[in-house]
Design a protein around this ligand. Structure first.
Ligand SMILES: [Zn+2]
Ligand SMILES: [Zn+2]
Length: 221
């Protein structure tokens, strides 16, 4: 992979984000089979983020905690139930899982030795030990990366030039985001501040935000 020195160095055009495994805490009584227990209205599932990893982490080995329903990182592959790694896909990223233990299920079916997981997948890593896969993303904000130059902004249709500042949604759509801070020399009425004029990405429907956000929150199950 070649690095472009001209545009912002930290920008990853595919914004792989951070994957998280959330434990489903079964309010005291652990259910052995998630498929056999559709949530009764009275039972509010509780989820908790256990492990989070980015592509920079390489392979992360995880073991089941004995003292609680969670999961911890371990350097000792022997005691790990599975290993996880963020991998690049054509668009975005996925979470690869190498299975070490027996009885691991992905979405209710026995896991292959190497499984590729995505957001909303459910995992059973041991009897009664349920987890969900989700992803934490953040939009890029800064000078236009090479690959968005000359593409029309989905809001104003004016092509992106190298003198503007852009907000790039995780889906890849790039919007003008010129502010008093970034473009002090330009009249306020002349600034292209397209992000401020819409709530949601016109391309994918994600909410436009400068904060990190969970692509899907398992607590909303
Ligand atoms: Zn625009
Ligand atoms: Zn989008």
């Amino acid at each position: 992979m070649t690095k472009s020195a001209k545009t912002s160095e930290s920008f990853d055009p595919l914004n792989l984000g951070r994957f998280e495994l959330h434990a489903l805490i079964a309010n005291g009584e652990a259910s052995a089979d998630i498929a056999a227990s559709p949530w009764a209205d009275a039972v509010q599932p509780v989820t908790k983020a256990e492990i989070s990893l980015t592509a920079d982490d390489g392979v992360v080995w995880a073991r089941l905690n004995k003292s609680n329903e969670g999961l911890s990182r371990t350097r000792n592959q022997e005691e790990a139930v599975a290993g996880f790694r963020v991998v690049r896909r054509r668009l975005g990223a996925a979470l690869a899982m190498v299975v070490q233990g027996d009885g691991v299920l992905v979405n209710g079916a026995p896991a292959l030795p190497l499984a590729v997981l995505s957001v909303k997948d459910s995992l059973v890593l041991g009897p009664g030990r349920h987890f969900y896969v989700t992803q934490r993303l953040k939009a890029y904000l800064g000078p236009p990366p090479q690959h968005v130059l000359n593409k029309p902004c989905p809001f104003c249709q004016i092509p992106i030039t190298d003198d503007t500042r852009v907000y790039v949604c995780p889906c890849g759509a790039a919007y003008h985001d010129e502010t008093a801070e970034s473009h002090a020399q330009i009249e306020p009425s002349e600034r292209l501040s397209c992000v401020g004029k819409i709530d949601k990405c016109l391309s994918c429907g994600r909410r436009l935000t400068y904060d990190e956000f969970l692509e899907w929150d398992p607590a909303t199950l």
